[in-house]
Structure formats: structure tokens, C-alpha cells
Design a protein around this ligand. Structure first.
Ligand code: M6R
Length: 618
């Protein structure tokens, strides 16, 4: 959950490291730091808080860190989401060994760090921080003293470490080299002319270069200005495939919006259109997922589908369950990835696993998928990141959700594309096994209308803002929905909590009377999601029960619904839409509700406290 960056070349170093760190700030923003070769020494500069704090420190010390006459050309940087030890300067990366000969930045978790630390303490090593990372650098230093060879010291150390790690390492004795190591945490090498880079993700590298090589597990890279040499963990040279990437500065462009979050909410019609053009170019054609090579015979015999995901991706999975079951009659179960690890696996070779993860690197999801595929079931991966661990695991059964980079920590447009992929997967399976052809043809026509409907909903954002901010002083919110909109109630509550820090719960509306209704009073707004269809009357009935308890009542309902207008204090209208497609629209006023309330309360909407976008710890 941390971000790491590195540069070796002829350009000014510090601005490059800072630019890279800004791109990676979504991965954590508790503290940051850089280590650079300067003259004969290694220099480490750190600050607690966001990258802007590090910039302040660097401006104060500007002359020494930008290098004299461009002499500094090699350095590494880190942005941290704290796991071991509080976000203090001592715990911030880079970490030095005792003699300050080696500096290390790390993304991941060292599982056996206590054992290794005890061993090193017995050998006389004195530790300064509470982090697992300091163990890495002290171990490398210890092994370097024994072997006198950098590569041997790294190989010996990684063979002693258990856990996940992407490391960038500087040695004082090697002025213009960075060593990079990967095991189960992402790390990409950017290849330039007379310069080379490393970063935790490809979009960051795409700001600087158009060629990259992904380090795979148990691989090491030695970067100098001239070249990158790759090794395995035995220290043997290996060949790597160099990939073309499109050079782009887009990742940090807010496109005129005040926040990335606002930009990303507003991009939803665009990303839906992109995905439809790719996978459903016309309502008359079948869904373009043939490349998955799932044979009709196999799909006809699928005994169950298990969806594994966390957070917002889990909510997309819950919507997907409704659609897949309706269109294919195959039973679908959705589990929190973290919970699946503790449950009995009932999968068979005839089962399908659908792993959903925006980042493709959420540790819980990856671990759950590893357990699930051991049953011999087939994995379909849905991710926004084709260069991720999930993409590697899914191989040919991968569906990329094509949302573009999502910078804001709160997921919005990627939720929408995850849902859309699940709808298209449901249609694909249904078409392949020839189930419900008439429903499918109608649904495909409606899906093609989505970009327009989403645009019409987004156009109401100012109206939503006017209606919503008066509720910003509430200390608690309740969201209710039924059927396919129950997951939207859950997603709305999650979004409000993470953005505004106001407590919120999502309930299946029928469950309110079984307990949660006790929390209602004048101070707890109830937000009901009510769209015409099977669930309409019952959600109204459950809302009336809440109204009788004096709760302020807000509805998300379609334009022209007079019945709803007459019952609720505030109605957030959406364009008329069929119940099955309604989640794509009902989620939008919920996203704006969370955004505008959080902004009104002065929250950091793009980087809420305590969170990180990629959660790479279990
Ligand atoms: O990258 P993933 O989709 O695997 O992430 C899963 C969750 O951590 C993520 O959806 C999280 O809940 C978001 N912050 C929600 O906005």
C-alpha cells in the first residue's frame, strides 16, 4: 500500500522523484521521503504527512538536494501507508542500515520480521524504527558485510525474508545504480535513453518513458543510466520482455474539476461508452467476450459462480449476482475475499470464480483467489489494471474494465465499469448457453442507452448539491434499498463514511423493522432508493415506517414520480430507467451526496484520512 519510485540518469533528480511520488500518492499519504546519492554520501530526507510536506522540507534544503551542477542523478522515493509503526519521521522510508551505507524503500509486508530482527539484534544490530522495512536494510547490510558482493547480499537476504515486497535499494559504494527487487508487490521498470526509472505502477512511468518491463515475482533489476540488467533470486542473469506503453501526462490532470473525485464521477458516461464500444459495439451483435474461450459445454455445466471482492468491488459483485442469476439461472454467491479465507471451499472443477479488483492487487482478494483456484475451478478476473497480480492470475480469462486511472481513493467510475462488465458477462454466458434470448435482446438495447442516461443524471449535479448540503450536520445516515438496489444502499453508506467521516449504514429496506429502525429519530436522515419495478411498493412501505419515526426522509426516484414526491422531504431525481439497469443511475446521486457533504465539511475528499487506494495487506 505504499508507492515507490526511482530514477537514474542525467536529468535533475528531485523534481522527477517528486512527480513520481505525486502520481503514487493514492497508495498512501502518511509520510514520504527520498534517498539520493550526493557526492560520496547517501542523503535521506523525510517528512510526515503528504508529499507537499516533503516538498516544503526540500525547498528549505533545496540547494543540497537538487545537486550541485546537476551532479546528483540517482535516487529513490517512497510514499507510505503505515502498517508497522505510527506515521512518524523515524518510521518513514527510506530506511538506512546502522552505518548509513544502504538505503531501502519498501512496499509490502515482511511476515517474519520479528524472527529476523531478533537474530540481527543478537548479532549486535541496533534498530531505530518500529518498521518491518528496517529489518530488510539491516539484513542486507549484514549479508553484504559477509559476502562483499551486492548481488549475493541481496539474493541471500531475499531468501531469508518471508512476505511480500517491492524494494528499491541504494548502496553508497555504487554511485549510479539502483537495485530493485520484487516478490508479490508490484514494481515496473521504465526504460529510457540514457536514463532508467522504476515505479509501483505503469501510469506513473508513462509520464516519463514509452518502454517498460514488469518485474515478476522473485526477480531483481540493476538499473544504471546506460542499461537495466535483470536477475533471478539465485543471482543468474535473465532476459525480460520490454513492453511499449503510451506516454501520457494525463494521470494528474483534473480536467478543470476542483477534485479528482468530481472529475471521476463525471467521467462515468465516457468510461461506460468506451467499454460498450469495445464489448458491445451494437445491440444487434453478441457481447465480444469470445476471447475468454469458455466453451458452451463448460458454461452449460457450470454448477455455481463465486464472486470474490472487497469494499466497493464487493458491492458491484452483489449487483452482478442479481443480473447473472436472472439471465443465466446459475447460482451465484458473493463473498468478501477476507471472509472467504476462513470459510469452507465448496467449489468444483465445474465452478466459475469471478475475482473483482480495481487495482488488481488487493491482498485479501488475491489470497482468496489463490485459495479458490486450488479447487480446479476456472477464474475470470475483472480489473482496471492489466498489469496487476489479478491480471496475471486470470491470464486469458481477463476482462479489463477500461476506466482509465482513478486517482481519488474513493471508487466511483470503477464501480460503474465493474457493474457493467458483470452485466456483459451475464449476457455473454446467457447468449452462449442460449438462455432467455428475448430478455437479452431487450437488455442489450437498454445497455446501449446507458451513456446517455448517465449523462442526463450527471447533469443534475447542481440540483443534488442544493438539496443535500442541508443534511451535512447529521451525525448518522441510513440508506435503504431492495433487490438490485440493496447493494447501492451499501455502496452509498460506504461512500459517505469514507468521504465525510459521518457514520452511515446501508440496509435491505425490509430488514429495518427487524432492529435497525430503533436508531431512527429526527437526527437520522433515511435515504430510500425507489425505482419502478418489483420492489417499488415495498420500499415505499418501508420508507413510510421510517417516516413515522420522524426521520428526515430523502428519496432517489425517477422524474415525475408523484407518489414519492408527496411522501419525502427531499427527492433526488434520476431519469426514468428500468429496474435492472437502475443501479447505474441510482448510485450517481449517492456519489454526489457523499462528495458535496464531505466538501461542505471541509474534508480531504481525494485522500480521506486513514485510507489508501490499494490495500496490499491482509
Ligand atoms: O482495488 P480493489 O477494487 O480491490 O479495492 C477494493 C476496496 O479496497 C475498495 O473498493 C475500497 O473499498 C474503496 N476505497 C471504496 O471507495
Amino acid at each position: 500500500m505504499c508507492g515507490i519510485v526511482g530514477y537514474v540518469g542525467e536529468k535533475k533528480l528531485v523534481p522527477i522523484l517528486l512527480e513520481g511520488l505525486h502520481c503514487l500518492e493514492y497508495r498512501g499519504y502518511d509520510s514520504s521521503g527520498i534517498a539520493i546519492h550526493e557526492g560520496q554520501s547517501l542523503n535521506v530526507i523525510k517528512a510526515v504527512g503528504k508529499i507537499s510536506k516533503l516538498e516544503e522540507v526540500l525547498n528549505v534544503n533545496g540547494n543540497s538536494t537538487n545537486g550541485k551542477n546537476g551532479s546528483v542523478h540517482c535516487g529513490i522515493g517512497h510514499t507510505r501507508w503505515a502498517t508497522h509503526g505510527e506515521p512518524t519521521e523515524i518510521n518513514a522510508h527510506p530506511h538506512f542500515d546502522t552505518e548509513e551505507n544502504i538505503a531501502v524503500v519498501h512496499n509490502g509486508i515482511i511476515r517474519n520480521y520479528i524472527e529476523v530482527k531478533e537474530k540481527l539484534i543478537k548479532e549486535g544490530t541496533v534498530f531505530k524504527s518500529q518498521t518491518d522495512t528496517e529489518v530488510v536494510v539491516q539484513l542486507i547490510a549484514y549479508n553484504f558485510k559477509q559476502s562483499k558482493s551486492i548481488l549475493k547480499a541481496i539474493c541471500k537476504s531475499v531468501n531469508e525474508l518471508e512476505g511480500s515486497y517491492a524494494l528499491a535499494i541504494l548502496f553508497k559504494s555504487e554511485h549510479n545504480k539502483i537495485y530493485a527487487v520484487r516478490k508479490e508487490s508490484p514494481l515496473v521498470i521504465g526504460i529510457g535513453k540514457k536514463e532508467n526509472y522504476l515505479a509501483s505502477d505503469t501510469p506513473t512511468l508513462s509520464r516519463f518513458v514509452d518502454k517498460a518491463a514488469r518485474l515478476l515475482d522473485n526477480e531483481i533489476a540493476e538499473l544504471s543510466k546506460k542499461e537495466v540488467v535483470f536477475y533471478n533470486f539465485k543471482g543468474k542473469k535473465i532476459k525480460k520482455k520490454i513492453l511499449r506503453i503510451s506516454k501520457s501526462k494525463d494521470i494528474l490532470d483534473k480536467r478543470g474539476f476542483k477534485h479528482y473525485l468530481a472529475k471521476e464521477i463525471n467521467e462515468q458516461s465516457e468510461v461506460v461508452l468506451t467499454l460498450l464500444q469495445e464489448l458491445l459495439p451494437s445491440a444487434e451483435k453478441s457481447v465480444q467476450l469470445d476471447y475468454l474461450k469458455l466453451e458452451p459445454k463448460f458454461l452449460k455445466e457450470v454448477d455455481r459462480i463465486l464472486i470474490l471482492a472487497c469494499g466497493t468491488a464487493y458491492h458491484a459483485g452483489l449487483v452482478g449476482k442479481h443480473v447473472i442469476e436472472k439471465l443465466t439461472s446459475i447460482p451465484v454467491e458473493v463473498q468478501f475475499a477476507s471472509e472467504y479465507l476462513n470459510s469452507a471451499s465448496l467449489l468444483t472443477k465445474k465452478s466459475l470464480i469471478v475475482g473483482i479488483s480495481q487495482s488488481g492487487e488487493t491482498a485479501d482478494t488475491i489470497a482468496a483467489i489463490k485459495k479458490a483456484i486450488s479447487s480446479g475451478a476456472t477464474l475470470i478476473g475483472i480489473t482496471n489494471r492489466p498489469d496487476s497480480a489479478l491480471a496475471d492470475m486470470a491470464k486469458n480469462h481477463l476482462i479489463v474494465s477500461r476506466s482509465g486511472v482513478e486517482v481519488s481513493v474513493a471508487a466511483t467510475k470503477t464501480f460503474t465499469t465493474q457493474m457493467l462488465v458483470l452485466y456483459l458477462l451475464a449476457v455473454y454466458i446467457s447468449e452462449t448457453i442460449n438462455h432467455e434470448p428475448s430478455t437479452i435482446n431487450l437488455l442489450k438495447k437498454e445497455l446501449r442507452q446507458l451513456p446517455q442516461l448517465i449523462d442526463q443524471t450527471l447533469a443534475k449535479s447542481e440540483f443534488y448539491q442544493e438539496q443535500i448540503v442541508k443534511y451535512a450536520s447529521s451525525k448518522d445516515f441510513v440508506f435503504i434499498g431492495r433487490g438490485i438496489n440493496y447493494p447501492i444502499a451499501l455502496e452509498a453508506a460506504l461512500k459517505l463514511k469514507e468521504l465525510s467521516y459521518i457514520h452511515a449504514s446501508g440496509y435491505a429496506s425490509g430488514e429495518m423493522k427487524h432492529g435497525p429502525i430503533a436508531v431512527l429519530d429526527r437526527g437520522v436522515p433515511v435515504v430510500s432508493i425507489i425505482v419502478p419495478g418489483e420492489t417499488y411498493e415495498r420500499v415505499i412501505q418501508n420508507s413510510l415506517e421510517a417516516k413515522s419515526r420522524k426521520a428526515p426522509m430523502i428519496a432517489v426516484a425517477v422524474d415525475g414520480d408523484k407518489k414519492v414526491d408527496g411522501i419525502f422531504d427531499t427527492v433526488l431525481h434520476i431519469p426514468p430507467v428500468s429496474e435492472i439497469l437502475s443501479p447505474f443511475l441510482t448510485v450517481i446521486p449517492m456519489q454526489f451526496l457523499s462528495y458535496y457533504i464531505a466538501e461542505h465539511l471541509g474534508r480531504d475528499v481525494d485522500q480521506p484520512r486513514n485510507l489508501a487506494k490499494s490495500v496490499t495487506v491482509e
